[in-house]
Design a binder for this molecule. Sequence first.
Ligand SMILES: Cc1cc2nc3c(=O)[nH]c(=O)nc-3n(C[C@H](O)[C@H](O)[C@H](O)COP(=O)(O)OP(=O)(O)OC[C@H]3O[C@@H](n4cnc5c(N)ncnc54)[C@H](O)[C@@H]3O)c2cc1C
Length: 507
Amino acid sequence: MDFAAERSQINVDHKSLSSVAGQDVVVIGGGFGGLSTACYLADADANVTLIEKNKQLGGRASRLETDGFRFDMGPSWYLMPDVFERFFAHFDRDVEDYYTLSRLDPHYRIFFKDGDQVDLVPDVEQNKELFESYEPGAGEALEAYLKESKQNYEIGMEHFVYTDRPRFRDYMDLDVLRYSWGLSLIGSMQGHVEDYFDHPKLQQIMQYTLVFLGGSPYNTPALYNLMSHVDFNMGVYYPDGGIGAVVDGIVELGAELGVEYVTDQPVTEIAGRRGGFAVRTATGDEYLADLVVSDADYAHTEQELLPPEKRQYDADYWESRTYAPSAFLLYLGVEGDVEPLAHHTLVLPTEWDGHFEQIFDRPAWPDDPAYYLCVPSKTDDTVAPEGHSNLFALVPIAPGLDDTESLRAEYRDQVLEDIAANTGVDLRDRIVFERMFSVNDFADRYNSMKGTALGMAHTLRQTALFRPPHHSKAVDGLYFTGSYTTPGIGVPMCLISGQLTAEQMAD
Ligand SMILES: Cc1cc2nc3c(=O)[nH]c(=O)nc-3n(C[C@H](O)[C@H](O)[C@H](O)COP(=O)(O)OP(=O)(O)OC[C@H]3O[C@@H](n4cnc5c(N)ncnc54)[C@H](O)[C@@H]3O)c2cc1C
């Protein structure tokens, strides 16, 4: 069945980028933020070279391919289709010029660990009935919640996400105050959701999207209820070939616009050179530039690529930030199918505070994990050999957690047992390929601070103007993009950060 997806009208003008024409720019890091910035700059006739540490472009959205299985190693939820449409439209292209999308039905399935199971589907009326079945009046409450969430999304995207407000005084403006009026800015998501729903399972359903922001219901501002508009109203999509196909599309677009890509070359130093920069790599190569943009993790760029006098923040600053979770990831190729798992499945303990506590308050490998299972072979028969399924399990864990071979092996067994016990799918005797990826891999592969999977969490003190700036205050001509900057975490946000960074460079 085809369900009409909601689209929101966001009216924002692009600023002119013409002043970067002819400038030599080096972009460090080929995640979505770096790829996006490179496209905007090359389109404005800058000479752009993007240098990536790893063999693949895409950053956290790398791909693992082996024995006929293909895994997206990081992002797997394609949300906010309007942001991608808007991105490609800037370059007079359509999404369909690069990849095709299918809307998932169900959007996702939840197994509660008490044996209960629910599907969240594209049909809003069906979701209302589901809510009503848990609590009288919850169907209407869902409608009201989504109405508010839609309003927050539209105001938020137009006036705060696409419109960068890096300084406090940018908020001291009558128009901004007018737009902010009615936005649920104050309080935590926990309190906000409790205002609408009493049933703990309904509260969990409305809060799980916070995992995308790297927060918990207690430390994420209520404003982020806009995420419910994203998944309930706008829908959950799958790009054929997986998120890797989106990376390929944007890399191809960049090449068409003139971006030069250099891979497998870690940058080791950003040095000043005659009014510009010399960017040096581990292979001993040097790239001269008028302007530099880093999409590598902000803390790594500041602390390891710049000399101390050129850093905006000291080590204490980075040490004291609230980081989004790292993850324990288990990529599995298995024989046979994995009914009753859906393309996206969440497995949630009915009491999940313990898991959040073991991420944010008392770091430890979660005793009773809340986790996510992704089975793209449900939708796409090119990602696993015939008669097989590809699947990954993602358990959010505390950043910086002790990560040893033996701890991983123990946890792997615990997770496989938990999947069997709570979904009925016992994978243990039919695994033909497996790979684990966790804290140390995030640190090694992406130079990620404390092995965080996502970067800086969206707590109130790390949102909007409180995130590190796009423009270095210590070095003229040095810029930052990607998830550490505004608007923040997630593929769509990183695409937008590319636009905001390019606009600041052209200011
Ligand atoms: C497991 C997981 C699941 C996720 N799920 C989703 C999801 O479903 N939907 C969603 O929208 N988002 C999801 N995200 C978040 C999303 O993937 C990220 O927010 C986004 O991809 C980050 O992009 P970025 O531009 O910040 O850069 P990154 O992807 O972090 O890329 C930075 C790049 O810089 C490179 N680099 C680092 N140091 C150097 C150096 N010295 N020299 C050269 N290059 C360097 C790194 O190798 C990397 O390629 C997920 C992330 C993870 C890890």
